[in-house]
Write a protein that binds this ligand. Structure first.
Ligand SMILES: [Zn+2]
Length: 451
């Protein structure tokens, strides 16, 4: 425990020296945890009203958008009024970068590009005045996993210059962070990483879902048992129940999911209680982010109903994100978490709203099939459903050979899917591994051109 205390203090000192403002914001964010759910909602609503006024006055894009809709910021007085604020679409964000931007000379910000998974890259600026680091630190306190000690990262890594390497060393000092490039996971690289893992015994693993899953399956298939870390933190893609089960089986530790997007950075995280019960639920950072689950017209849906997710980043004053349609689908969950925190719960994000499965008669949202194996999670390591242009479907499966009757369980799932497809053909392919796209897994792929 001595090292933990030291590491915690060291992090605080570093932060207070380098970013005193972030530290202050972190303290404030921790104080918000003591608010009641009602006070928290009120806090968030006030932030949104300030943001709306700011965007109307300072951002040419929003000014024109709201003018055209006949909306003045003063018109918004209640949550019902808020639902009338026009949404920001992905296309609008993509083509109006220059006019959405509010660049004051004193602003500090970073540029990010997004859209790898959708194939439509766009760019956003994120305000450094209020850093998402603050919410990541807070989410860290939710996990009950101590800071300090060695750690590991499986993401895209670029440590080309001595400067970045030195900064990386300082950020982790006095511990070591070992890294595996999720974009280059050859057997040789994995084996090297496993040797480092045995030597440094990392306590916290941060990884793209696809990266840690590939490593987990490799270890399970080769019978490799690594020293158990305290926790795995996944990011960049929804964590399905199959993948979570594999990671738990391979590393014997808690797995924490989160919900992030380049346009709004962290939006929701899991607390220790949710990870312990392997729940798919996440706490929304509902003080600084506002998430809405809406129908196609932008009208909020009741708790429990799946809809398109809209996000408002209440803190960004450089590139306002207001009622932005992320392209993900999800829902609010009823009730409170046993941990007692006031932040509302959302279900794990199911998938992109534009992936559909076409059946013989009509279509269903792809998310309906993303849970196809939930009843026999241990029978497989991974799966992918690919619907081709002619509407035939290939179900690729990485079978768990250690599971008795795995083949039978897979056949049952396939038969169930076939029943839904009707006369459209379904082929089952057994694979050793399903490649991820730089750490991101797509469970449902459709080549069907919508008519
Ligand atoms: Zn909780």
């Amino acid at each position: 425990m001595k090292t933990d205390k030291f590491a915690e203090k060291w992090r605080e000192i570093r932060c207070r020296l380098a970013k005193p403002q972030w530290w202050k914001q972190f303290r404030q964010s921790m104080a918000n945890e003591r608010l009641s759910p009602e006070a928290l909602a009120e806090f968030n609503f006030r932030l949104r009203l300030d943001l709306l006024k700011f965007a109307y006055e300072e951002s040419p894009y929003y000014h024109a958008l709201y003018k055209a809709a006949g909306l003045e910021p003063g018109d918004v007085k209640t949550e019902e009024d808020w639902a009338k604020v026009p949404m920001l679409t992905r296309e609008a964000l993509r083509y109006n970068f220059e006019t959405i931007k509010v660049a004051h000379p004193q602003s500090t910000y970073k540029l990010y590009t997004t859209g790898g998974s959708t194939g439509e890259p766009s760019k956003v600026l994120k305000d450094d005045g209020f850093s998402s680091v603050v919410m990541n630190w807070r989410a860290g306190t939710w996990t009950g996993v101590p800071v300090g000690g060695n750690s590991a990262t499986i993401m895209r890594t670029h440590h080309a210059t001595w400067k970045t390497r030195f900064r990386h060393f300082l950020a982790n000092f006095p511990a070591t962070n070992i890294m595996l490039d999720a974009g280059d996971m050859s057997e040789e690289k994995i084996e090297r990483f496993i040797r480092q893992w045995r030597h440094y015994k990392p306590r916290r693993i941060s990884s793209y879902v696809g990266g840690i899953h590939q490593l987990a399956v490799y270890c399970l298939q080769q019978g490799i048992k690594l020293p158990a870390p305290d926790a795995v933190f996944t990011t960049a893609a929804p964590l399905s129940s199959t993948v979570r089960a594999d990671i738990v089986r391979a590393f014997g530790c808690l797995v924490f999911d989160n919900y992030v997007a380049t346009e709004a950075h962290p939006m929701a995280n899991q607390c220790r209680h949710l990870a312990e019960i392997s729940s798919p639920a996440l706490h929304i950072h509902s003080d600084y982010r506002h998430l809405e689950f809406v129908d196609e017209f932008g009208t909020p849906l009741p708790v429990g109903e799946v809809g398109d997710i809209l996000v408002t980043d209440c803190m960004d004053r450089v590139f306002p994100i207001i009622r932005y349609r992320l392209g993900d689908r999800g829902r609010l969950l009823p009730g409170r978490c046993a941990c007692g925190r006031p932040f509302p719960l959302m279900d794990a994000v199911h998938g992109r709203s534009f992936d559909f499965i076409y059946l013989e008669h009509g279509k269903i949202a792809g998310e309906c099939w993303a849970t196809a194996f939930d009843d026999c999670l241990n029978a497989i390591h991974n799966f992918q459903i690919h619907q081709h242009q002619d509407k035939s479907v290939t179900l690729s499966v990485v079978m768990n050979h250690a599971y008795p009757d795995a083949e039978k369980a897979i056949a049952t799932v396939a038969a169930n899917l076939q029943r839904q497809l009707g006369s459209l053909p379904l082929t089952v392919e057994y694979k050793d591994f399903i490649p991820h796209n730089r750490g991101k897994i797509k469970y449902i792929i459709s080549d069907v051109i919508a008519d």
